[in-house]
Design a protein around this ligand. Structure first.
Ligand code: ZN
Length: 279
């Protein structure tokens, strides 16, 4: 059993009343730390990472309003990439939640709320919904984010990218995107991409050697070359685009592409408490 399979299994068994259910982190040393992107909703503060059963010291937690990823090179994608490359994250999970206010707020409500904090309409971009990443479906939003992350050139194929939805009331996890499957189908495309990108880097390097001999790439720090790299990456990214697969369900459907193997638990108690000492 792999890490996310064990997390889902323990979660569902705990909700079904199995008091011995829990993740055994020592068995998954090669698959931890886990990198998670969640919403800023304060109700998640207490729910995570306990609901996953992952020890806090093995839990790298990124948050933004609505757990959105706006693009394959967005600020959030860069942080996810560094979470794996620099902080040792082994798997990524994007966790949406039920009753997300980002998904429930209409454009008119958003305008009113922004005006209430002193932000007038003319100070904002035309397409508010797109700009703030507003969405209509908690599930579709997670699937979309996992899809963008999987296509990002900043995350290699060795890192599985999962999508979950957590019930904010019960703590029950639904597995919407199985990152183990998507990672396998990506490997071939990734190898092609790396090969073609490598050739481009060689060309780029010979150009810069000729034109700007003073520049020393190896000594630049993270962040300094982002702007220049962006343009080059943008041309490359389209080559990574995946055709719709089992991880990209048809528009309008709410059906999880990969149903959890574990049967749904019976009616649920108020909260799940995994791996917490008795009060
Ligand atoms: Zn939310």
């Amino acid at each position: 059993m792999r890490l996310m399979e064990a997390i889902i299994d323990a979660n569902h068994r705990a909700l079904a009343g199995d008091s011995s259910a829990g993740l055994h982190p020592a068995e998954f040393a090669d698959e931890l730390p886990l990198v998670a992107l969640t919403c800023i909703d304060v109700r998640l503060n207490a729910l995570l990472p306990q609901v996953l059963g992952v020890p806090p010291e093995q839990f790298i937690w990124l948050r933004n309003a609505g757990n959105i990823i706006t693009g394959p090179q967005s600020s959030t994608m860069r942080s996810l990439s560094l979470a794996c490359a620099v902080k040792g994250g082994k798997e990524i999970v994007i966790i949406g939640h039920t009753d997300c206010q980002v998904g429930k707020t209409t454009t008119m409500q958003l305008l009113e709320k922004l005006r209430a904090i002193g932000v007038e309409r003319h100070m904002l971009p035309d397409n508010l919904n797109e700009f703030f990443g507003m969405f209509g479906s908690d599930r579709q939003n997670v699937i979309k984010a996992a899809d963008i992350a999987r296509q990002s050139p900043l995350i290699g194929p060795k890192i599985p990218i999962h999508g979950l939805l957590v019930d904010i009331e019960t703590g029950k996890l639904d597995w919407l995107v199985n990152g183990y499957q998507a990672a396998e189908t990506m490997t071939t495309r990734w190898n092609e991409f790396v090969k073609s990108a490598g050739q481009s880097v060689d060309k780029l390097k010979s150009l810069t050697d000729f034109n700007i001999g003073e520049m020393k790439f190896p000594e630049t720090k993270i962040g300094e070359t982002v702007t220049n790299a962006e343009n080059w990456l943008a041309e490359k990214v389209h080559k990574l685009e995946m055709k719709p697969t089992e991880s990209a369900p048809e528009a309008g459907t709410e059906r999880p592409p990969v149903p959890p193997r574990i049967p749904l638990p019976p009616p649920i108690r108020p909260k799940v408490h995994l791996r917490r000492s008795p009060k």
